[in-house]
Ligand binder design. Sequence first.
Ligand SMILES: Nc1ncnc2c1ncn2[C@@H]1O[C@H](COP(=O)(O)OP(=O)(O)OP(=O)(O)O)[C@@H](O)[C@H]1O
Length: 830
Amino acid sequence: MQSNNETIAICKFWSVLRSLLMDYPTCFQRSCEFLIGKMPAYDNEGATISMEDVRDAEETIAVNTIEDQLNARRMRQMRSQKSTVASRRQQAVCVRRAHKNYGPKKNPNVILDGLNMTVPKGAIYGLLGASGCGKTTLLSCIVGRRRLNSGEIWVLGGRPGGPGSGVPGPRIGYMPQEVALFGEFSIRETMTYFGWIAGMESREVDERTDFLIGLLQLPNPTKQVKNLSGGQMRRVSLAAALLHEPELLILDEPTVGVDPVLRQSIWDHLVDICKGGKTTVIITTHYIDETKQANIIGLMRGGRFLAEEAPTELIRRYQADSLEDVFLKLAVLQNKGKRRRSSILANVVEKVELPPIPDPAIDLEDAEIGEISGEFGDNVSMSSKSRVVVPTELNAPVEALPPEEEPPNGCLERIKPMKWHHMKALVWKNFLSLFRNFGLIAFIIGLPVSQMVLFCLAIGHKPIGLPIAVVNYEMGPNNTSPICDYDKEHCPQNPETYEWNLTRFSCRYLDYLSRRQSNLVYYPTKEQAMQDAGRGKARLVLVFPANFSECLQVRVTDPRHADEFTIMNSAMEAHMDDTDKQVEWMLVRELQMAFLDATEHLSDVCNLPKRIMAFPVNFHAPIYGLEDPDFTDFAGPGVILTIIFFLAVALTSGSMLAERNEGILERSLVSGITGTEILFSHVLVQMIVMIIQTVMVLVLGFVVFGLTINGPVGWVSVLTLITGLCGMTFGFVVSCLCDTERTATYLALGSFLPMMLLCGIIWPVEGMHEILQWISYVLPLTKSTESLRSMLQRGWTLTVPTVYSGFISTALWIVVYLTVSILLIKFKKG
Ligand SMILES: Nc1ncnc2c1ncn2[C@@H]1O[C@H](COP(=O)(O)OP(=O)(O)OP(=O)(O)O)[C@@H](O)[C@H]1O
């Protein structure tokens, strides 16, 4: 180990060198760092004293006598302490060179800037700093919920997330800044949930709950959390962290909204549990004075610690009455001489009396380490050096180190098995939060029912009552009369001469057309009919020429004498409003079918074969489907699957996001629950919900509304269920990808519409653009819709490729979505 004198000598040398290299400060700094790296006697990362301190001390010696004193004082305070990996692992928490940024790389928001922190076992560590200085960020890095950009963290002897640290796990008790509780739960249920996660027996949970209710003056334990006041909720949150008596308690502002008497008793309890040295507490608070009971206080500013000392030492050194006083004085002195200072800060500085310390410059030598500006609204960057004073009064027993971390060898070793007590707590929690929420239940049951009813009543049926404008010049001046008589009984053919005398065939035709479309409106002239159709009053204008029947007869019976005039007048004119393709198709079909009906009747009365005048195509019974298929049967399978799929997406992403945004997910993850366990617990509970939904949708569709079902009911139900499961896993992905309900809604909607359009639900895939057909085939609902349609209408079973490919495609999507969500839960941290 090198002595302090040697250190100074070396630094003097570098000081001279630096004066030569004034223009190359970076080069100098690097050289010094190199030197520091060569000095194993000191913690060059700032745990005990940094070499920068030494360098600065040396420089000040050369400048004036005050600075000589400063250096002397510094040297007195130097205590060499080797900072090795072993010593870091001995601490409850040890942070070294922590860097954490938010925002883009080009313009990062630096939150932790080379921060060092040492929390000895058995200590109460008060983490103080202005709002927004990064306390919560630091804590969430310690509990493993955020990653540092660089630097290292040791917690209970291991790295967060690694073996030996107990983080995440029951060795840690974490109270996040948000309340992070389930509003629907009672206080006792909340405790039961967190107790079970920590592996406690229900009896133990009850005993501890009773104790904590007394300690934290909580109301009746049967009271629901959502009905508590803000302060009461925070105390329940604190109780949940204290419940399982963890080794390391991390409390983010536990005393907010707590009255001074109760605050004192919370602190007394913390002091009490730390006495044996088994428990360590890290606590953040805005009430500076309450941290006087802490063993160490870390004052954070600009991403580093200004001081990391025992509160008594701070008060003594700055000859202050209270810690608040210390920090105010520190703030004032540290801001003196700063180039960038806000006018508000300047005002405050001028009004505050400087402490009556013999030589502020000496006592506040560490004023150079930074500037306190946050209280005054500045956000000035600073460079700081930290000093760690390990309190001597702590009586934590020196424990054997936890085993060295060994990285898992194979992939299988990385997979953590699900724990029974975790699953018990999660499934119970999911059930309770679902069934306690009446609105949610109404939504879960009401929505699929109403969607199915609406679909079956509204979609796919033949439009009836469409207005058809008829102009029948064959009727002469009486053509506006709906009474258009024709001889229904007799054949218009002479039985002896076989000569035809076809009259008023238009009336025969209109009779059969009106049986299909009843809303025939008669007009005297074509112009009037067209005018009304132009105003949207008719979808079709039908005009019969004055000699329609006569010309038709010539055309059919004596085509050799049929001239252009005859041909023209043997056909009715049809003018259609083609804005609606479905309606146009349907009306064309109705016109043709009415003609067939009329000619069949004519054949009938003339004792001719019925189909003598029909199209020369014999339509036999369909191979599959109905003789007169409707769109409901075509769209039904796709609609059923879409309802089940997207309800599952909404339900899952909604509940997961609510859990995450309320901080409950983070808290559960810190207590050791894995992403896989969370996902599977949701799957279990929501499977039950989905079974209910599937049964309701299928019963409504097939039993109540009589949709066609020719296939195996069992496989139909299984496919519907696994499609719901697929939706659920997609919901997991949505909730992992999105930070807010709003973005989740956008993502869900953004995926709903393309799926509806491309999955062959409303239009056959074969009718799409070639590229879209390829896209369509890989979407999760295309193959399953085809499969369900084939089972329902064709009655195919699982042996047919079209059917089983639907099952395979859905299963693959489930695996993809699950994997993506597990990876996102694991790796998507701040
Ligand atoms: N996810 C995030 N993305 C971007 N910036 C963030 C994020 N979380 C925190 N910040 C920013 O980081 C800074 C530190 O936030 P943090 O919550 O750690 O402060 P804090 O010291 O705990 O404040 P308070 O005492 O008010 O709780 C703040 O400026 C905040 O805006």
